[in-house]
Write a protein that binds this ligand. Structure first.
Ligand code: TXA
Ligand code: MG
Length: 324
């Protein structure tokens, strides 16, 4: 492995300014960053991730003031969401300025923008003095990385540096929202719950994959049927009596399963997302838990659906795509 895991922000910023890639911590997941204004650097992101070019990237900026350079403005609803949730795990899809290369947006006339909250991400953005395009720092379709070590395992041979910032506190990707004139659309459920978005900006419409049948490039990977997937086959079940009769199973659940429910049955591996049933904690643990089960050598992973509220909805979304 040639990459260096470090906390050296100025070295990372230097690499970004020189058109190289740096993986860095954010509060959601680790991102694979490049200068968003340099098409060659951005092209490297697609290459390293093996990501299809129809899938546009999120541009990260440090301050709301710099938005005017990259977008033609925020609608009143977008403005409200930005004031309430930035810095944080919210991405807004906004009309783009021409300075953003087409490669970043897959040719769309909109650009996805996020102001991250993690101090490491913020220091990097400030030190680089550039907008940073960054998808999650994993191979396309695979589990997202929530620790520097996860990035090293998948991309360590292909990038020069990982800017370490500890385990990601949110643990699932940002919520992607598009504010149209007549509606607010949820393109990807994420680290901010639908309930919180609606409390701030009003009723939100859920994007359906059919809405985008003609313009493939507008489909968010959150909407691609298979994504966020471990190598091991995953079954998503609603009730425990649906557990398949397979020799070695790894079980993923929100709570510990009680002895009565288990009825003497033992599983080869087990991951509990939150002993107290806390959905935020569950989100923070999700990708590491899936990774552990994937590496445990079981024949299949069985995940029990979480309550469909708050971040439970986001976790279920990721599990559905992992199970497809
Ligand atoms: O939390 C996150 O959002 C992380 C960290 C690194 O910030 N990034 C991330 O990026 O998850 P990525 O590339 O894995 O997901 C970007 C999402 C995709 O669903 C993509 O389709 C959508 O944003 N997206 C980007 N630009 C878009 C646009 N112009 N219109 C619609 N969707 C867009
Ligand atoms: Mg991703």
């Amino acid at each position: 492995m040639k990459c260096r895991i470090t906390q050296d922000v100025s070295a990372a910023a230097e690499l970004i300014r020189n058109g190289e890639l740096v993986a860095f911590a954010t509060e959601t997941v680790y991102g694979l960053g490049a200068n968003a204004l340099d098409p060659n650097a951005v092209a490297r992101i697609f290459e390293v991730k093996q990501r299809p070019h129809f899938d546009p990237l999120i541009v990260h900026v440090a301050e709301i003031d710099s938005l005017a350079e990259f977008t033609t403005g925020l609608s009143p609803q977008a403005q409200r969401l930005a004031e309430r949730f930035w810095p944080g795990p919210l991405t807004l899809v906004l009309p783009k300025q021409s300075v953003i290369p087409d490669l970043v947006t897959s040719g769309l006339d909109s650009v996805a923008i996020r102001i991250p909250a993690h101090p490491v991400a913020r220091e990097l953005l400030n030190a680089a003095g550039l907008p940073i395009a960054a998808p999650s720092a994993n191979k396309f379709g695979c589990l997202s990385p929530t620790q520097a070590q996860h990035v090293a395992e998948q991309l360590g041979d292909e990038i020069p540096m990982i800017l370490e910032g500890g385990p990601c506190q949110v643990g699932v990707e940002s919520t992607v929202i598009q504010c149209n004139e007549d509606s607010i659309v949820l393109l990807r459920p994420g680290g901010i719950s639908l309930e919180d978005i609606e409390a701030c900006a009003g009723i939100v419409r859920l994007a359906r994959i059919e809405d985008y049948a003609e313009t493939k490039s507008q489909v968010s990977p959150g909407m691609l049927p298979r994504h966020y997937a471990p190598g091991t086959r995953l079954h998503l079940i609603d009730q425990l009596d649906q557990i398949p009769d397979i020799e070695t199973i790894g079980v993923l659940s929100l709570y510990p399963l009680s002895e009565t429910i288990l009825a003497g049955r033992e599983f080869a591996a087990q991951e509990i997302l939150s002993p107290t049933g806390d959905l935020k904690m569950a989100a923070a643990n999700l990708f590491t838990a899936l990774r552990n089960l994937d590496q445990s050598g079981v024949e299949c992973i069985v995940a029990l659906r979480l309550p469909e509220r708050g971040l439970g909805r986001t976790i279920n979304n990721r599990l559905e795509r992992a199970a497809y």
